[in-house]
Design a protein around this ligand. Structure first.
Ligand code: ARG
Length: 459
């Protein structure tokens, strides 16, 4: 302990396992540039506040920039057992470059508690903006594909049983809508992430009347966190991000599950590009949808990181406790999973080969049984009766082995006198789809409206 930055009151060394148990440098080095930028803003504010002279400030600033160059070029040498975390590592190296006397003034009035919260928020803000751009790309691909393939009609399923004909684009847009909600939610989350804890100290605030506004502005924060205790100890910004990401991953997972089913040889509605499939080491004929299975599988991992951190946080007392260090790895892992997954999903959907013939071939006349009932509704028969009558037609068809669209007008009339010649016009999948023209339906006009709504969110 006596060699560490905080070692003044310590006499004995740390237990060797405790050293590695305690250190976070091997993952919080992800925040090296945020930590440096935060320190430069800190030094500038302390210079303005009269704590650092002009020359001390410029020595610190140029020293910190040199440290960042080492990180960026991969030449920064972590000193094992000494560089406990990114903050201590950067300060140690700064001292070697500009001398300990000046470097030792940088941390005046500052705590690592506010530093880690600052670093995480800055990093996360940038990461979420990158993720936002990936999500926008994904939605653009969905919108473009939905536009191009709007004429493909396929079975829509409930309970994974053939239900009613839909447009393939309507299926794609069902996920498009979910992802567009995710996009809007993300834009709200970023605002809460991008608030500055800098100048809140260990827990009680800053004693040198530091210019928090100036620092926040320099770092691109949108505002200040207004209670120092909450500012240093809240990880709600990480939890909210991971809750957001967990929901997005449930959408990704269900999207992937549908495509796994649609890409089986039994369905063959779609074929996955080679770039997103792998083979079997044993069975030469196999082409497996690994990308989709990983999208589905990794959703569990993303959710687990969120749930794990919820458990870590729920019982700790006010302000900073070392438990909070355990928020870093789940957040990093969660964000990587979400970011990679959106990009993989984008790749899959933009390279997918569709087979409209197979989609069409999977339609069967029973899927128009509702349309048959609706036909009688238009002849003023109460729906409950029409449902029953249409069911009798299904039963007749099953019993006699006659497809429903092959039944004669006499067959229909024998079941109910109100059937007329024009009943045979019901058996048109395209017409069935076009009937669903109310907003949100699967008719061409409704689907085009959905595409327009999606594009509006992207703009
Ligand atoms: N590495 C620490 C973390 O990630 C930084 C804060 C340390 N603060 C403290 N009081 N020990 O949380």
């Amino acid at each position: 302990g006596e060699n560490m930055l905080w070692g003044g009151r310590f006499t004995g060394g740390l237990d060797p396992l405790m050293v590695s148990y305690n250190e976070s440098i091997y993952y919080d080095r992800a925040f090296h540039s945020q930590d440096i930028l935060g320190s430069i803003a800190w030094a500038r504010a302390n210079h303005k506040g009269g704590i650092l002279t002009e020359s001390e400030f410029s020595a610190i600033e140029s020293g910190l920039k040199k440290v960042e160059v080492e990180w960026a070029e991969g030449t920064f040498k972590i000193v094992p057992g000494v560089d406990e975390d990114i903050h201590t590592a950067n300060e140690r190296r700064l001292g070697e470059i500009i001398g300990k006397d000046i470097a030792g003034k940088l941390h005046t009035g500052r705590s690592r508690n506010e530093q880690i919260a600052t670093d995480m928020r800055l990093w996360l803000r940038d990461e979420l903006r990158t993720i936002e751009s990936f999500l926008v790309d994904f939605l653009k691909v969905i919108a473009a594909r939905a536009e191009k393939e709007i004429d493909f009609v396929m079975p829509g399923y409930t309970h994974l049983q053939r239900a009613q004909p839909i447009r393939w684009s309507h299926w794609m847009l069902s996920y498009g809508m979910a992802f567009s909600d995710d996009l809007e939610r993300l834009r709200e989350v970023v605002v809460r992430v991008n608030q500055s804890p800098l100048g809140c100290g260990a827990l009680a605030g800053n004693p040198f009347n530091i210019d928090r506004e100036g620092m926040a502005k320099e770092l691109g924060f949108e505002g200040l966190l207004m209670n120092s205790m909450a500012a240093v100890s809240s990880r709600d910004f990480a939890l909210e991000t991971m809750q957001w990401g967990s929901m997005l991953m449930t959408h990704i997972s269900r999207f992937a599950e549908d495509l796994i089913i649609y890409s089986t040889q039994e369905f063959s509605f779609v074929k996955l590009a080679d770039a997103y499939s792998t083979g079997s080491s044993l069975m030469p004929q196999k082409k497996n949808p690994d990308s989709l299975e990983l999208l589905r599988g990794k959703s569990g991992r993303a959710f687990g990181q969120m749930a794990g951190l919820m458990m870590t946080i729920k019982g700790i007392p006010s302000t900073y406790n070392k438990d909070l260090q355990e928020s870093v790895e789940p957040l990093l892992d969660h964000c990587k999973t979400v970011s990679d997954s959106i990009q993989i999903a984008t790749g899959v959907i933009s390279t997918l080969v569709t087979n409209p013939e197979r989609m069409k071939a999977a339609l069967d006349p029973f899927m128009l049984a509702t349309d048959l009932a609706d036909y009688l509704v238009r002849k003023k028969v109460p729906f409950r009766d029409t449902h029953h009558i249409s069911g009798q037609c299904v039963a007749f068809s099953e019993k006699t082995g006659t497809l429903m669209d092959q039944m004669s007008i006499d067959d229909f009339k024998a079941i109910d006198k109100r059937f007329e010649k024009d009943v045979l016009e019901c058996f048109d999948y395209e017409k069935s789809v076009e009937m669903r023209s109310a907003a949100g339906g699967t008719s061409k006009a409704s689907v085009l409206d959905q595409i327009a709504a999606l594009k509006a969110v992207l703009a």
